[in-house]
Design a protein around this ligand. Structure first.
Ligand SMILES: NC(=O)c1ccc[n+]([C@@H]2O[C@H](COP(=O)([O-])OP(=O)(O)OC[C@H]3O[C@@H](n4cnc5c(N)ncnc54)[C@H](OP(=O)(O)O)[C@@H]3O)[C@@H](O)[C@H]2O)c1
Length: 220
């Protein structure tokens, strides 16, 4: 069976999403991982049209999918990224802000209207502190990467280990496989590797790499 693998998911892509051309196997497996996570982040945050949300990790795979989802929801996103990825964030409609010292002030300047919800795909102390400082309602601070901190500080962790996790109904317009086939949702892929080249893929994953997912393709 042909399949694709990602850092936290491995699936027979056809079975996972009903993948059909022009969806590649790498697209389909990564859509399952990042698209569903992005949809759940947004659903739990209750982001509404006209609001501004803060997104930590806007150039990452999940962050990029969040940006694509909000395009159809009318939510403005101010997203943290390294300077090298600002153009990538802008390309998908986000307002990039560099993470690091002074982040709180930079976000306040970029979003004088205020931040209604924070979506954290990074999990750093800085991301948590800034989210909690800016979002008035703690139930609208959501992380996928800082489970222990979320429990201690009483904000929301979205992840498989959370017993409150639930299946998120996808907006009809964003039925993932269909939206992907129609080009409404895309899955940026940094690079694909053959299965036997998994060590090289892992080395790329753990180092600095261009935006997008890394996929292992088993041709057998
Ligand atoms: N709980 C769940 O259901 C779930 C599901 C999927 C993924 N995850 C987790 O979510 C996280 C993100 O996944 P991903 O696939 O989106 O990862 P990714 O594609 O590697 O993106 C991570 C992003 O984090 C940014 N970053 C790195 N160091 C940072 C820092 N110190 N401050 C702020 N941003 C920083 C990077 O931005 P620059 O490149 O611009 O520097 C990068 O774009 C991972 O920990 C993953 O395991 C959880």
């Amino acid at each position: 069976m042909r399949s694709a693998a990602a850092p936290a998911a491995s699936a027979g892509a056809t079975h996972a999403t009903g993948a059909q051309p022009p969806l590649s196997f790498a697209d389909a497996a990564n859509l399952l991982l990042v698209g569903t996570t992005a949809a759940e982040l947004l659903h739990v945050s209750r982001a509404q049209p006209g609001e501004t949300a803060l997104l930590h990790g806007a150039a990452g795979a999940v962050g990029n999918s969040v940006l694509q989802h909000v395009r159809h929801l009318g939510v403005r996103v101010v997203g943290t990224a390294s300077k090298a990825n600002f153009a990538f964030v802008r390309q998908f409609g986000g307002t990039p802000v560099e993470y690091g010292t002074g982040l709180l002030e930079r976000i306040r300047a970029a979003a004088p209207e205020g931040i209604s919800a924070a979506l954290d795909t990074v999990g750093s102390d800085e991301a948590t502190a800034v989210s909690l400082a800016l979002v008035p309602d703690r139930r609208r601070v959501i992380t996928i990467a800082a489970a222990p901190r979320a429990k201690d500080d009483r904000y929301f962790f979205v992840g498989a280990s959370n017993p409150q996790k639930r299946t998120v109904p996808c907006p009809r317009s964003l039925s993932h496989p269909r939206a992907c086939r129609q080009g409404v949702l895309t899955v940026p892929i940094a690079q694909t590797f053959k299965f036997e080249d998994a060590p090289a893929a892992f080395a790329m994953l753990t180092g600095q790499h261009r935006p997008g997912k890394i996929a292992l393709i088993n041709e057998n």
